[in-house]
Design a protein. Structure first.
Length: 443
């Protein structure tokens, strides 16, 4: 897109409610969808992007395999589901994506509850990261379970209030609704519906509080799921007393670091879509996020060590699995902590961004270890995903990336709409805008 704009300097990109800097007619929906380009121009630009061709190849191969999973069953796609309760769809898609999506409630609560308005330039990105991560985690769950038309059963048909799965289902569903409401302010701005935005903004504090409660509960509940299978998960990754705490605490640095990574990718690959406020404050905000992530990592490391000591599992560290556990902790926690703290101390954004990457890898590796690699460890069998399972996982995750990118291109996430006072006079009084207009007219 940026290349096309370079070749066509007269082409306008949607950044306001009206064409020509709010002086002309409102943008039509189709103009908003095509970013101010004609359909032919937009298609030409899309075809000139090599990344789109990579996604096209992935979808061309992946969608038939995904359809085959529903036609021929789960065992056709994953090989041995009866020996391994958790595969790549859940270990990565559900248990891995959910902790990386905790940025929604963290940034929402920081701004709305604790008054950290300096995080506002990145708040919407954090909330969008949250809702998309949760939504596609549910998509991965549907791929694993099959029969998506029976999704309402654990919600309203067959209740099991004493089951952890029932708790997770309701928490994820209600939290998705909360995040949809929080994200809707950007959608209402994009559509030009100020009344909807004003209505949601009135509930901002309540939505933030609800997000804290729901996300805290279900992050821990996901860890509690492994208590259904005591003895099957390796003792170094399992603790009946601390399992829920492992998952909740690790989600905190995971979500913050995911925002650091996504915002870095956004400012590098779609700088034309980022406004000056976002670009000028990004480095400072990423270092601030790194401070929170580093404190979360210290807490997580402490709890993991307490869990080993509490259950007296030191002897396992001398085994092969112990070496793998130390690699996970050393790379995903200790190295990440060193990089983040060094970046904070030296005000180095590059180190912070590198530490964010290692943190994300460490969180995902932990979920893969708990729910796939160490599951049934006593049988000496490690589930290695077959090619069809990998293809489906890559396909669904590619849809996630394409959706993410499409929203960032269009909605005011990385930028703020340029609005006229008359468009929001009744709903959003702007005294500063009035004074500026009066001063201009007096001249």
């Amino acid at each position: 897109m940026k290349q096309f704009l370079t070749r066509n300097p007269n082409t306008q990109i949607i950044s306001s409610l009206r064409k020509d800097n709010d002086k002309g007619r409102p943008w039509t929906l189709m103009e908003k969808i095509f970013l101010g380009l004609t359909p032919q121009q937009y298609l030409s630009q899309a075809m000139s992007n090599p990344l789109n061709w990579i996604f096209a190849v992935i979808f061309l191969i992946g969608f038939p395999v995904l359809i085959g999973r529903y036609i021929f069953g789960l065992s056709w796609a994953v090989g041995d589901p009866y020996d391994n309760a958790w595969g790549l769809f859940l270990a990565f898609g559900l248990f891995g994506m959910v902790p990386l999506s905790s940025s929604g409630f963290q940034l929402g609560s920081a701004v709305e509850v604790f008054g950290r308005h300096d995080f506002e330039p990145i708040e919407r990105l954090g909330i969008l990261n949250g809702i998309l991560g949760y939504f596609f985690a549910v998509m991965f769950l549907m791929v694993d379970l099959g029969q998506p038309w029976r999704l309402p059963y654990p919600m309203v048909v067959s209740w099991g209030p004493e089951a952890v799965l029932f708790l997770v289902a309701w928490h994820v569903a209600t939290y998705l609704s909360v995040q949809a409401a929080e994200t809707s302010t950007a959608f209402f701005e994009w559509m030009g519906w100020p009344a909807g935005k004003t209505f949601v903004k009135k509930m901002a504090l309540g939505l933030a509080v609800a997000g804290i409660i729901l996300s805290t509960l279900h992050q821990g509940a996901l860890g509690a799921l492994s208590t259904y299978a005591p003895g099957k998960v390796h003792p170094l990754w399992y603790s009946s007393s601390f399992q829920w705490l492992y998952f909740f605490v690790s989600s905190l640095p995971g979500g913050l670091c995911m925002v650091i990574v996504v915002s870095t990718i956004a400012v590098k690959t779609m700088q034309w879509r980022c406004d000056d406020t976002f670009k000028n404050s990004l480095s400072k905000l990423q270092i601030a996020l790194a401070k929170g992530a580093s404190m979360g990592l210290i807490t997580y490391l402490t709890i993991r060590l307490i869990g080993i000591a509490h259950d007296n599992k030191w002897a396992y560290l001398g085994t092969g699995w112990g070496a793998w556990w130390m690699f996970e902790i050393g790379f995903g926690v200790i190295l990440s902590l060193i990089l983040l703290t060094a970046g904070i101390r030296n005000n180095s954004v590059a180190l912070v961004r590198l530490g964010a990457w290692t943190t994300i890898i460490g969180v995902v590796l932990n979920r893969l270890n708990v729910y796939m690699f160490t599951f049934n460890w006593q049988q000496g069998h490690v589930h290695i995903p077959p090619i069809r399972e990998i293809i489906i996982t890559v396909t669904v995750y590619s849809v996630y990336i394409v959706t993410y990118r499409a929203i960032l291109y269009r909605w005011p996430i990385l930028f703020k709409w340029k609005t006229r006072y008359s468009d929001y006079a009744v709903l959003e009084p702007q005294p500063a805008a009035i004074a500026e207009a009066e001063a201009a007219s007096s001249k």
